[in-house]
Design a protein around this ligand. Structure first.
Ligand code: AMP
Length: 111
């Protein structure tokens, strides 16, 4: 989707601070971090939210979990929060599925 900012990052049209990549998943640092470790784990394919992704491609969601754990192992001792805002009222602003990997410094985050 050309009007989706994460699709444009996947396509290489917009730069991002990429920390991990697989065939189906890309992970990059949040442009406005809310914790010392704040990485977005994003499927290459466009789905509007995590439930839609789970229905359409559960194997990609499983791959995202593995990538999230790898990032946490490397950056915050393997313990992390994994947040999927779903819907505007819940704080979702980018309607391409993504999980926020955040360290324990994010415990006050409620965006
Ligand atoms: P959400 O509010 O759950 O939809 O999360 C979207 C996240 O994407 C926010 O935390 C934004 O700071 C982040 N974001 C938006 N644009 C970019 C970008 N170009 N590069 C990295 N992170 C971004």
């Amino acid at each position: 989707m050309t009007d989706c900012i994460f699709c444009r990052i996947v396509a290489g049209e917009i730069p991002a601070d990429v920390v991990a990549r697989t065939d189906a998943v890309i992970a990059f640092r949040d442009i406005a971090p809310k914790a010392p470790v704040h990485v977005l784990v994003v499927p290459m394919r466009h789905e509007p939210n995590v439930a839609a992704l789970a229905a359409a491609a559960p194997e990609v969601l499983a791959e995202m979990a593995a990538v999230a754990q790898q990032i946490a192992d490397a950056e915050c001792g393997g313990e992390f929060r994994w947040i999927f805002n779903t819907g505007a009222a819940a704080g979702q602003t980018v309607f391409h599925a993504h999980g926020h990997v955040m360290n324990s410094g994010s415990l006050g985050w409620d965006a």
